[in-house]
Design a protein around this ligand. Structure first.
Ligand code: FAD
Length: 389
């Protein structure tokens, strides 16, 4: 199986007629690396028999996280659609590594867009090259979808902010050495950069999860944690807006990740359906199996087009919030269904084989994380109703 397939190549050609060879070279090299180094490790990451650190560092060395960032900061300066495609490929190779990397890079996007010159200079290159692992800390034990109800506070005292409270379900928590933290200050939700380790910054234990087991998820606790005022990102009180903007971009990438998960479930299902016999013939000969194969393939193609459409609007400077959410809602729900079909096609072996049902377990996260399907449907309808006025 070539992770970077002829279909991807054709889409790059359509989206970027003048540069597709260059982009395909980057993606094909990354895909080849993932096939060799990440895909075989994936069952071990799920079983807790391998660490995410080496594959993630290897991807940093391969330059995956450099793709969408400007050359002046050491990035490759390539379009967002190329980066999103790279995350799709990684979703096929291992979803939990893809989750860790996409959240890391979402922090870099936040830094690029909302950080000041000094913050970008200090942190951006270190993050996109992977020297510094980053984490995005918005959700709290008592507030997720409704982030305006956050209880974590940032009180200004002299030249510092003192942060108190906690953040829940934070990817890369404990491993990362840079945290983009959202906390309520006098003017409202604000955004801060926290280097770790530091006094007053603590972590809960790694949470037990259904899937995405290679990635770390933990609570982040602030107890009189002091941050210099120069680590306030952008304007005080604007943190809620920055979080929304960062999440719009991240949703395109999460959609891509889920297309990648559906792709690996599809590949395994096709191979199994051809090999497994019932009533004297391969189960791929039965119409009802073929219906599942056809629906999986169609869903993957549609999900891919939706995330690439949103990515293209983003790279052309348009408002892509609704399209990013449409891509995420569709691709995450599509991949769950595809992974469920994959279990059905594998029969009893589907239910009892970790290396197959882990795709469903991995996909299950993302109708929840980075905006639930319910909340995103509200966002889409609100945006579209306003557009049609
Ligand atoms: C493995 C994992 C990794 C994560 N990583 C991160 C991370 O790195 N950083 C981070 O900040 N967060 C992270 N999260 C948190 C994630 O983004 C939240 O779980 C998600 O936003 C939902 O919030 P919640 O869990 O509090 O659910 P709630 O907001 O409590 O929602 C519960 C249910 O109510 C529904 N609901 C809520 N409001 C409405 C409404 N108005 N209309 C209809 N239905 C509604 C929701 O759709 C959902 O079904 C992670 C979560 C997990 C599980």
């Amino acid at each position: 199986m070539a992770i970077y397939s002829a279909e991807h190549r054709r889409l790059m050609e359509m989206l970027h007629p003048d540069h597709h060879r260059e982009y395909s070279e980057v993606l094909s090299s990354l895909g080849g690396f993932m096939e060799k180094e990440i895909l075989p490790l994936s069952p071990k990451l799920d079983a807790g028999e391998a660490s995410i650190v080496e594959p993630r560092n290897a991807l940093f060395e391969q330059g995956m996280t450099l793709i969408p960032f400007p050359v002046e900061h050491g990035g490759l300066g390539l379009p967002f659609s190329v980066y999103a495609t790279a995350v799709e490929l990684l979703g096929t190779a291992d979803a939990s590594v893809a989750l860790s990397v996409e959240i890391h890079n979402a922090v870099a996007e936040g830094l690029l867009r909302f950080g000041d010159h000094r913050q970008r200079k200090k942190y951006l290159n270190a993050v996109i090259t992977g020297k510094t692992l980053a984490s995005f800390a918005l959700t709290e034990p008592a507030s997720g979808s409704d982030s305006s109800a956050m209880a974590t506070t940032a009180e200004k005292k002299g030249g510092e902010y003192v942060i108190n409270g906690s953040k829940m379900f934070i990817t890369n928590a404990g491993e990362a050495s840079l945290y983009l933290v959202f906390a309520k200050s006098k003017k409202g939700p604000s955004c801060f950069l926290l280097e770790a380790p530091r006094q007053g910054l603590k972590f809960g234990g790694d949470l037990k999860k259904l899937g995405m087991k290679g990635s770390k998820t933990a609570e982040v606790i602030f107890e009189d944690c002091r941050v210099p005022e120069e680590n306030l990102v952008g304007e005080e009180g604007q943190g809620g807006e920055y979080a929304k903007e960062i999440l719009h971009g991240a949703r395109i990438v999460v959609a891509a990740l889920n297309v990648g998960i559906a792709q690996i479930a599809y590949e395994k299902s096709v191979a199994y359906a051809k090999a497994r016999k019932a009533f004297g013939k391969p189960v791929s000969e039965f119409q009802l199996t073929r219906e599942k194969i056809a629906d999986m393939k169609t869903g993957i193609g549609a999900g891919r087009l939706l995330y690439l459409y949103a990515a293209r609007i983003k790279e052309l400077g348009g408002d892509y919030a609704s399209e990013a959410s449409q891509a995420k809602v569709f691709a995450t729900e599509m991949s769950l269904e595809a992974c469920d079909d994959a279990i059905q096609i594998h029969g009893g072996y589907g239910y009892t084989t970790d290396d197959l049902h882990r795709h469903w377990r991995d996909a299950r996260l993302l109708t929840i994380g980075e905006g639930t399907s319910e909340v995103l449907r509200m966002l889409i309808s609100r945006k579209e109703l306003a557009r049609s006025q």
